[in-house]
Design a protein. Structure first.
Length: 124
């Protein structure tokens, strides 16, 4: 999966926005205003994703050359995935969805309801 395909995949989720809140180099994806993915465009070969802490450790052990604790983020909850290493497109899509779902699960009730409405509209 190239960078543009990855961007399109991230933005395809309901309630997702993209922008550059930190600098001109880091593309950030948010669901209902909460971050779930960051792509440092100056590198173009990685994405940082939110992850369940136990699963994060498991992934880092299984893919030590391709997944590590995210730089400048809480390493307990964020991984950096090097997309051109041993990571398949299927696994990458799974990790993006896992990150999105994890963030959605922590949203306030009102935001979850608004997201549900957006999801239903996008299915039409």
């Amino acid at each position: 999966m190239d960078l543009e395909q990855l961007r399109e995949y991230c933005i395809s989720y309901p309630g997702t926005s993209e922008g550059f809140p930190f600098d001109e180099e880091t593309l950030v994806f948010k669901v209902m205003g909460k971050m779930f993915a960051l792509i440092p465009l100056e590198h173009g070969d990685r994405i940082s994703l939110k992850c369940d802490p136990e699963y994060a450790v498991e992934l880092r052990e299984k893919y030590p050359d391709a997944i590590e604790g995210a730089w400048h983020m809480n390493k307990k909850h964020w991984n950096t995935v090097y997309i051109y290493h041993e990571i398949t497109d299927k696994l990458l899509r799974h990790l993006v969805k896992h990150s999105y779902d994890l963030v959605v699960s922590k949203l306030k009730k009102a935001d979850k309801l608004a997201l549900k409405v957006l999801s239903e509209k996008s299915e039409l």
